[in-house]
Design a protein around this ligand. Structure first.
Ligand SMILES: [Zn+2]
Length: 499
């Protein structure tokens, strides 16, 4: 058998500037979660920015001038995809003044300026974590500029984008220069108009924030509206009746979007709102159902409609744990998250007289907060297992950017929680690659998430086997994006100057 020229030194230290010529990754184990196929002693041939072939054994593939990477003892997978992030949020404690208003410590304008300046850093941290594509499911119109910037940055994931969230409530605290991430829509006609306006930006999704009035806020979940800001619910109304209040707008928005060939992502964490969304034709549910166990009718409905669901388990613990000063970041988050973001997540650093009520309460009495998180997980993890067992398409997503949910490495906490729900390593990886690619959608979505000839060469090379234990999914040696291989130590820039 012809032997390869082994260039391990290159693998350890070099960043390839361009993806030209042929690169051969030899002697590793290729894992394609979408098909479940495991190829030992694989040869993965990369031609420019595409995968050319994946074959077992290595005889006679390389030619003079090829770049050969020895991956003996390594594991090669499609790049990970996080299908629920928000670039307009940093993950720090100042990023959602509608949840805790800390404008007196740091203005929201300054927070956004920092986010804008640090986008290249966020992009690089995603690649460092093996995440080569992400879906941003909601933010201001500024989001479309983020997609453009990512598309012209080599060290950045591929980005799919939705614009402002269409909702029954508004969040004026998050509006800068008239560009609001959350827009209150009162009538079906307003909803259709909004869709037509957004369509001009060529969004990957139209996003609906389906907030059901009168429901006690899930303590651990993303911020829920103040009672005063939501449409009113009459006492004694059933869940379905309360979900019906905003449904005409949901119907109009989905109908208009589909007419314009746009997909619709819906935030609906209550079972009846989720059911209504899927009945109306939602393409993607961006969270787990957290208020009650899913029933057979709901499972059947998802299956019939082919709706995809993103569980976003990690975000359910992070607001509460941050405010209660009980945040337990994973080693991956501590190592690869932005250090300034992480430093902000200590509420004791906020002067006592500047702490909003929600912070004071959680810090003084963390137990109810932690109980609330546990209750959410009791439902959400069980629901994930039910849906996975039923063959529903589950796509991994974190809701990164929300307070305490760290852009990039939050995905490894999500993996832990998916494992806790009872998913196997192969199932978790399938949710993070092939299934997630369906969420990404479009021409790009069809060419990511699988080890397949013709696909983009977006790969993760691991030092240990993720099928033995999903924790090995973070044991990353190098990451390939668009045919360019990056050793992990070249991806995270030195710490930014302090703000
Ligand atoms: Zn979100």
């Amino acid at each position: 058998m012809k032997r390869f020229l082994v260039l391990t030194a290159l693998l350890a230290s070099t960043t390839w500037a361009t993806a030209s010529g042929t690169t051969i990754i030899a002697n590793g184990t290729a894992i394609d979660p979408g098909t479940g196929k495991v190829t030992p002693n694989a040869t993965v041939v990369i031609d420019g920015d595409r995968i050319k072939s994946i074959v077992e054994s290595s005889a006679g593939i390389s030619q003079k001038g090829d770049t050969v990477i020895d991956a003996k003892g390594k594991f090669i997978l499609p790049g990970y995809i996080d299908t629920h992030v928000h670039f307009f949020q940093s993950g720090d404690i100042f990023t959602r003044p509608d949840a805790v208003d800390l404008n007196s410590v740091r203005s929201y304008k300054d927070e956004h300026a920092w986010i804008e300046k640090n986008l290249p850093d966020v992009f690089a941290r995603y690649l460092r974590c093996g995440i080569t594509s992400v879906v941003d499911v909601g933010g201001p119109l500024w989001n479309f500029a983020v997609r453009k910037q990512a598309n012209s940055t080599a060290k950045a994931p591929r980005v799919a984008i939705s614009g402002p969230l269409i909702s029954s409530v508004s969040r004026p605290q998050l509006e800068l220069n008239g560009d609001a991430p959350i827009v209150k829509i009162d009538t079906p006609e307003q909803g259709r108009e909004m869709v037509r306006k957004l369509a001009a930006q060529n969004p990957d999704y139209i996003k609906i924030w389906y907030i059901v009035p009168g429901v006690a806020p899930a303590s651990a979940s993303t911020p829920q509206p103040n009672a005063s800001a939501s449409p009113s619910a009459a006492p004694g109304q059933s869940d379905a009746e309360r979900a019906a209040i905003f449904r005409p707008v949901v119907h109009a928005v989905i109908d208009e979007s589909h007419r314009l060939k746009l997909r619709v992502a819906v935030h609906a964490t209550e079972l009846e709102a989720a059911r209504a969304s899927v009945e109306e034709g939602a393409d993607l549910l961006v969270h787990s159902v957290t208020d009650k166990p899913v029933d057979d009718a709901f499972v059947k409905l998802l299956k019939e409609k082919g709706t995809i669901l993103t569980p976003t388990l990690v975000v359910f613990e992070r607001y509460g744990r941050t405010f209660a000063n009980k945040l337990e970041l994973t080693p991956e988050e501590k190592a690869w998250g932005n250090p300034e973001v992480i430093a902000s997540l200590d509420p004791t650093k906020i002067a006592e007289d500047k702490r909003p009520e929600r912070l004071k309460k959680a810090m003084a009495n963390p137990e109810p907060v932690l109980d609330g998180i546990q209750k959410t997980y009791d439902v959400a993890l069980k629901n994930l297992k039910t849906l996975e067992d039923a063959g529903i398409t589950i796509a991994t997503g974190t809701d990164a950017g929300n307070i305490g949910t760290i852009h990039g490495p939050a995905i490894f906490r999500e993996f832990q929680l998916m494992k806790q729900a009872g998913l196997t390593p192969m199932q978790i990886l399938q949710c993070t690659t092939a299934n997630a690619a369906k969420t990404f959608g479009g021409e790009t979505g069809a060419k990511i998430g699988a080890l397949k000839p013709g696909n983009y060469a977006d790969l993760v090379i691991l030092k240990s086997n993720p099928l033995d234990d999903i924790k090995n999914a973070s044991d990353i040696e190098s990451v390939m994006k668009n045919g360019v291989l990056y050793s992990t130590n070249t991806l995270i820039p030195p710490p930014a100057p302090s703000r």
